[in-house]
Write a protein that binds this ligand. Structure first.
Ligand SMILES: Cc1cc2nc3c(=O)[nH]c(=O)nc-3n(C[C@H](O)[C@H](O)[C@H](O)COP(=O)(O)OP(=O)(O)OC[C@H]3O[C@@H](n4cnc5c(N)ncnc54)[C@H](O)[C@@H]3O)c2cc1C
Length: 438
């Protein structure tokens, strides 16, 4: 029976498990594909996947990502249509605006701004489809008009952008995965790759996993061990991927570079936005991209359920915590965001939660969606070809689904589908040839 172990229970791990399980079930003659997800953080979705804004774009991407972006957008729409995404994860059309708040204080342009947060801003105030990429991989704000606060509707080349509630999408995917037989090991951590025959690197690979328990003080206990047979291994551990790679492939000549860019956010309520149930039929949500005189580029999204998400304060200096749930936002950063929310929506803004999480960025600004070459795994590791086994096996091997930076929510479903097709040895639905370099 072919088996795949996925390391990381964020949106990339879940999307891959979802499509791998779905595609495998489409061929009733194939041997069942055993799929495991291994996730060490005791709190599920404490990472960027659970705290992101939930803004989905079809055509805001560079040429290398355009194909995957468009596939992913169609899959988001299809998933929402088939599973009542509106009710289950707040899937909704969203209209994007550039809001000029400079009021004569001078144009805000992230490129000339001395604050590094602004230079690593998430979103573009310039209308798609030809945004200027910045160091975070998204487009950076163009100079805003110097006078007055005016909202300008951004056109999208192929229709409006979309919004969703992140934790709810993650929960939906996990629920579906479990219903299809995917096994979640949580909290648990992969510690070693061994072989069934220790002297033969071409024999069945096994991922050794420590089962964990955590006390209320955060102390971790190892309560057991599991050996998971593994034909294909997917590394989808976001910013933690380099340390996972080093642990499993200690003799590898190089390690994929993924760096964490910290992002603060706030979820809030306000009289200004009561949600779509209180709006006229077919009314959209909103995405507002603006600048702040203190030198960053806030983004505000209204969500179907009546919540607001506000972010835009970033920091490249914050170290990555050992576990996603250990990231604690500092008060000053949250207050900066709340001040913007109040300026945009009014003084009644009630903060529900302040968040801090880390975008997985690569030096090239492009994600890595690829099978790792045998030479890059180091001596003693030889992925087995398992194609043809009951029609359900693909190449076998080690795969990377990492480094989606500020666009992981938009690109997750396409990435999961393409990676599943690679694992099953099928032609891929999008050309990701340009995402194989690292
Ligand atoms: C503030 C902010 C707002 C954003 N807004 C948007 C948006 O509106 N639209 C959009 O498209 N994108 C957005 N993004 C980007 C998006 O959130 C990320 O690209 C995406 O969530 C990355 O998903 P991931 O699964 O690769 O990583 P993660 O979400 O980081 O998940 C990685 C998982 O791996 C786990 N892990 C850690 N160590 C190990 C280990 N040893 N073994 C196995 N697993 C491990 C972690 O606990 C975590 O669960 C935003 C990002 C930020 C920070």
């Amino acid at each position: 029976m072919p088996s795949t172990v996925i390391l990381g229970g964020g949106i990339m791990g879940l999307s891959t498990a979802y499509y791998l399980a779905s595609l495998s079930r489409q061929n009733p003659d194939a041997a069942p594909h055993i799929i495991h997800i291994v996730e060490p953080c005791p709190e599920l979705f404490a990472s960027a996947s659970g705290k992101a804004g939930g803004f989905i774009a079809r055509d805001w991407f560079s040429p290398a990502l355009a194909n995957l972006g468009s596939l992913s957008f169609d899959l988001h729409r299809q998933l929402a249509q088939e599973h009542d995404g509106r009710a289950r994860w707040g899937w909704s059309e969203s209209i994007s605006y550039s809001l000029d708040r400079s009021a004569g204080a001078g144009a805000a342009d992230s490129d000339s701004n001395s604050n590094s947060d602004a230079a690593t801003s998430d979103r573009s105030a310039s209308p798609p489809p030809s945004p200027r990429p910045d160091s975070s991989g998204r487009a950076s704000p163009a100079s805003l008009a110097p006078h007055g606060a005016e909202a300008q509707e951004n056109g999208s080349a192929q229709g409006a952008d979309w919004a969703l509630g992140m934790t709810r999408l993650c929960e939906f995917l996990l629920e579906e995965c479990i219903a299809m037989g995917v096994r979640l090991h949580h909290p648990a951590r992969a510690t070693k790759l061994v072989h069934a025959d220790p002297g033969n690197p071409a024999s069945q690979a096994i991922i050794r996993v420590d089962v964990l328990a955590t006390t209320s003080t955060g102390r971790e206990f190892h309560t057991g061990k599991l050996d998971l047979p593994c034909d294909s291994l997917v590394l989808a551990a976001g910013c933690w991927t380099p340390s996972v790679f080093r642990t499993l492939f200690p003799r590898a000549p190089r390690v994929p570079t993924v760096q964490g860019l910290a992002g603060y956010s706030v979820t809030a309520r306000s009289r200004a936005w009561k949600g779509l149930h209180a709006a006229p039929a077919a009314a959209p949500c909103h995405a507002v991209f603006t600048s702040d005189p203190s030198g960053f580029s806030p983004e505000l999204y209204s969500r179907a359920g009546g919540e607001l998400w506000v972010g835009g304060v970033n920091s490249a200096a914050l170290p990555l915590p050992a576990r996603a749930m250990d990231a604690r936002p500092d008060r000053a950063s949250i207050e900066r965001i709340v001040a913007v929310a109040r300026a945009l929506c009014g003084d009644d803004v009630e903060v529900l939660q302040g968040g801090l999480c880390f975008r997985p960025n690569t030096p090239s600004g492009k994600p890595i969606v690829a099978r790792v070459a045998e030479a890059d795994l180091g001596e003693g590791v030889r992925p087995r070809a398992c194609s043809g086994r009951g029609g359900g096996g693909g190449g076998g091997g080690v795969y990377l689904a990492v480094g989606h930076g500020p666009w992981g929510i938009s690109l997750c479903l396409g990435t999961g589908l393409v990676l599943s097709e690679m694992i099953l040895g099928r032609p891929t639905s999008a050309d990701v040839g340009l995402l194989a370099q690292w």
